[in-house]
Design a protein around this ligand. Structure first.
Ligand SMILES: Nc1nc2c(c(=O)[nH]1)N[C@H]1C(S)=C(S)[C@@H](COP(=O)(O)OP(=O)(O)OC[C@H]3O[C@@H](n4cnc5c(=O)[nH]c(N)nc54)[C@H](O)[C@@H]3O)O[C@H]1N2
Ligand SMILES: Nc1nc2c(c(=O)[nH]1)N[C@H]1C(S)=C(S)[C@@H](COP(=O)(O)OP(=O)(O)OC[C@H]3O[C@@H](n4cnc5c(=O)[nH]c(N)nc54)[C@H](O)[C@@H]3O)O[C@H]1N2
Ligand code: SF4
Ligand SMILES: [Mo]
Length: 702
């Protein structure tokens, strides 16, 4: 495997003057290390790290990786060769706050001092108020298995309150598909696309959030691609059919599509009879969802609804529901409604057919009948108390409730709702805040103790993809920068200082990697995986759910669900449509942008240049009505904040809605706030999750 990689990398290098190359080659030693990108991204790219004289000289896409095909996405190509390798940009020493909260004045301290200080404080809070007065927040800053999950063991032994991780991202979808399919983490195998006639991408933007899926998978498929999204993003523009509906009208569209499939005899009644519960519960609503009604509710044309219904229902079809789709007030209902498509047309369990929300190495393992239990070993005690991420801003402002806030693997000041309230909570003098980070983020600014985390280039781990069925090696390519340490080592040290002796809090990385590889049964040892960089979880495309049984209470697909009803939801999905924004308001969407990974990379100078000033896209009709001109400075306002941006007039977004990108670094903005200042922490109908794409604002020339 190594030869072609060397070869191809050389070809690329040969653009440089020959004499310079010869000089460098003659004098330096060169080594290539294969690793895996662990960002929260569908792609899970393989990486080739080029080292010269023992130092990282370039971070590139692995030419032998089936997804990366030799190229990183634009943002990683910049940031992995920019701030990630720059000791000036990274946190390299443990630090203690010496100025007022948020003043960004710290003094370096030793690891022993830092760990002892944190442990002492956690012990005294646990003794005085109980460990539930310690709130910890984490998410997917790194998705590599150990660094992402091992610290959870510490917090569950401690008994700290956990901010429900998925409630900042995708929990409505998880809960909804949990009711319907019994799982939301086992979707189609993308390799099945070779047998598909239609791929429907609903509320995802691969051109930003899964760049290689966009560039290769969607372009190379023989299937017709249908995109359903209010935004005409690149993947939508290049699709065979783009349904540009109004945000929050998706459940109505799902019923409308089923109306046409039923009318045209394209439902699979044999599949429904054998494997589905609830067709009768929704049949009347399907009958009522005529093309005329659906067109009126969604803002779409009848012809495009008809075409999408026929393409999908004829199949074989893959259905991909994006995470953006469920960040709506009724995101859970939308997911249950969309589940009717595969269930009623039988687009499940046959070549080229299936449904997908998320996969993951956990999913791969589960499919093999082996429980992953990677981050929740059987030794763990009681489940920790939890609160929704939507409740964190209020919680941080409640001195009676929380005395400490521990943040790792996330940047909540940039990413969470109610930004101003988040900040005022973090300014509390009596809140002991610990931040574990690679970079001096806005959140880090408010830390009492700041602990430097090593980056993915600096320790071994495993890292998968939540789309492709690949298992990747994350291979140490350099020593941790400065005094930084991997998350897992930080929490092993903290456990020791707390006097927690449980063996599972002290496992070595190698023990955990070996155990996981054995459980996953992918046929490789760690040394073999390191050499190759990645393996398929299964050699052949998996055809999921071929048996037609599901991990629901009935073993069938539960379009109607007693469990949902017991939890206070309607028994079956409803053909709902959100009200159009009230007079003077527009719906603000702020999905994944092209140059940031959530807030990550928002400190890279080159990325800042590429992004330019924050913009908001507004439909020409709205702009005309409101007297807004292209390039004008505008103010977006609601009850939470007012925020300035530059207007871009474009029909990329429908009238009545606005489009901007998520999560720039607030501290780098003129107002020291980003779009999450406008994000009101309202919970979705299911899963207490974020409804960020349901936010409404007014807009006016500044
Ligand atoms: N307006 C708006 N807001 C949104 C969204 C939206 O669509 N619109 N999307 C939401 C979604 S989907 C999500 S998932 C959240 C994500 O929000 P966050 O979880 O806050 O994600 P990031 O902003 O990337 O922050 C991750 C941090 O982890 C750090 N990190 C990287 N590697 C490591 C490591 O090995 N150890 C440690 N300790 N830290 C590391 C990075 O430097 C980075 O600062 O944002 C949400 N916010
Ligand atoms: N470049 C880049 N890549 C990323 C990220 C990033 O920040 N930047 N973030 C990562 C993370 S944490 C996540 S969760 C994923 C998210 O990636 P995706 O699953 O693609 O989700 P989003 O980017 O939030 O939104 C996707 C689409 O949902 C659409 N949408 C919003 N509201 C509605 C609606 O009511 N109906 C329909 N049909 N569509 C709607 C938006 O217009 C947007 O085009 O991306 C990951 N990848
Ligand atoms: S963020 Fe995604 S697209 Fe970019 S290199 Fe990493 S895995 Fe690939
Ligand atoms: Mo996310």
């Amino acid at each position: 495997m190594m030869a072609p990689l060397h070869c191809r990398l050389r070809q690329r290098a040969s653009a440089r003057p020959l004499r310079e190359q010869q000089k460098n080659y003659a004098m330096s030693t060169r080594e290539i290390i294969k690793t895996t990108c662990p960002r929260d991204c569908y792609d899970g790219c393989g990486i080739a790290v080029i080292k010269r004289d023992g130092k990282i000289s370039k971070v590139l896409g692995d030419p032998d990786h089936p997804v990366a095909r030799g190229a990183l996405c634009g943002k990683c190509a910049v940031a992995y060769n920019g701030v990630w390798l720059d000791p000036e940009a990274r946190l390299t020493r443990p630090m203690r706050r010496i100025g007022p909260k948020g003043s960004n004045r710290f003094e370096p301290i030793s690891w022993d001092e830092a760990i002892a200080e944190v442990a002492d404080k956690l012990k005294s809070i646990s003794a005085d108020q109980g460990p539930q007065a310690i709130l910890h927040t984490h998410y997917t800053g790194t998705c590599s298995n150990i660094a992402n999950s091992f610290p959870e063991r510490f917090f569950s032994v401690l008994g700290a309150t956990e901010a429900m991780p998925d409630s900042i991202c995708n929990n409505a979808g998880h809960v909804a598909w949990g009711y319907v399919f019994g799982t939301s983490a086992e979707g189609f195998d993308p390799r099945q696309a070779r047998d598909s006639a239609c791929i429907m991408v609903w509320g995802a933007n691969p051109s930003h959030s899964a760049p290689h899926v966009h560039k290769h998978w969607l372009k190379e498929t023989p299937a017709k691609v249908v995109v359903i999204d209010p935004v005409r993003h690149e993947s939508a523009a290049e699709a065979d059919l783009h349904l540009q509906l109004f945000p929050g009208s998706d459940a109505a569209l799902a019923f409308g599509l089923m109306h046409i499939a039923r009318r045209d005899g394209l439902l699979d009644h044999a599949y429904i009879a054998a494997h589905v519960i609830g067709y009768e519960d929704v049949e009347a609503d399907i009958e009522a969802a005529t093309p005329e009604w659906t067109a009126e509710k969604t803002g779409l044309a009848i012809a495009e609804i008809e075409e999408a219904a026929r393409l999908y229902a004829t199949g074989p079809s893959l259905l991909w529901l994006g995470q953006g789709l469920q960040r709506q007030h009724r995101g859970g209902n939308i997911f249950r409604a969309c589940a009717m498509l595969p269930a009623f047309t039988g687009n499940i369990g046959k070549p080229g057919a299936g449904f997908y929300y998320l996969n993951g190495s956990a999913g791969i393992i589960a499919r093999k009948g082996v429980a992953p239990e990677y981050h929740a070993p059987e030794e763990e005690g009681e489940p920790a108390p939890e609160i929704s991420q939507m409740d964190v801003p209020d919680a941080l402002n409640d001195p009676e409730r929380f005395k400490a806030y521990m943040v790792w693997n996330c940047n909540p000041v940039a990413s969470n709702p109610d930004q101003a309230k988040m900040i005022s909570g973090l300014e509390r003098d009596d809140l002991f805040t610990v931040v574990v980070e690679c970079f001096p983020t806005d959140t880090a600014t408010y830390a009492d103790i700041l602990l430097p985390a090593a980056s993915f280039l600096e320790f071994d781990d495993l890292s998968g993809s939540y789309f492709h069925f690949t298992v990747g090696a994350q291979v140490k390519a350099a020593e941790p920068m400065g005094e930084s340490l991997p998350n897992q080592e930080i929490f092993r040290r903290l456990a020791r200082a707390m006097g927690f002796e449980q063996p599972f809090l002290h496992r070595t990385d190698q023990e955990m990697i070996d155990k996981a590889l054995k459980t996953m049964d992918c046929g490789v040892t760690w040394d073999e995986l390191k050499e190759k960089g990645w393996v398929w979880g299964t050699p052949e495309p998996l055809n999921l759910w071929a048996k037609g049984t599901f991990p629901t209470p009935s073993g069938r697909i539960e379009i109607a669900s007693a469990a949902a009803e017991a939890d206070g939801h309607p028994r079956a999905p409803q053909p709902t449509v959100d009200d159009h924004p009230s007079e003077g308001r527009l719906r603000l969407l702020s999905p994944a942008g092209k140059w940031l990974m959530n807030s990550s990379y928002g400190n890279d100078p080159r990325i800042l240049e590429l992004m330019g000033q924050p913009t908001v896209a507004i439909h020409p009709d709205d702009a005309k009505r409101l007297g807004i001109t292209d390039g004008q400075n505008v103010t977006l306002s609601n009850s939470a904040a007012s925020l300035s941006m530059t207007a871009v007039i474009s029909d990329i977004i429908p009238a009545g809605a606005l489009l901007t990108d998520k999560s720039r670094w607030p501290g780098k903005e003129a107002q020291h706030l980003n779009v999450n200042a406008l994000h009101i922490a309202e919970k979705t109908d299911m899963g207490e999750s974020t409804s960020v794409h349901g936010v409404e604002v007014s807009i006016a020339a500044a």
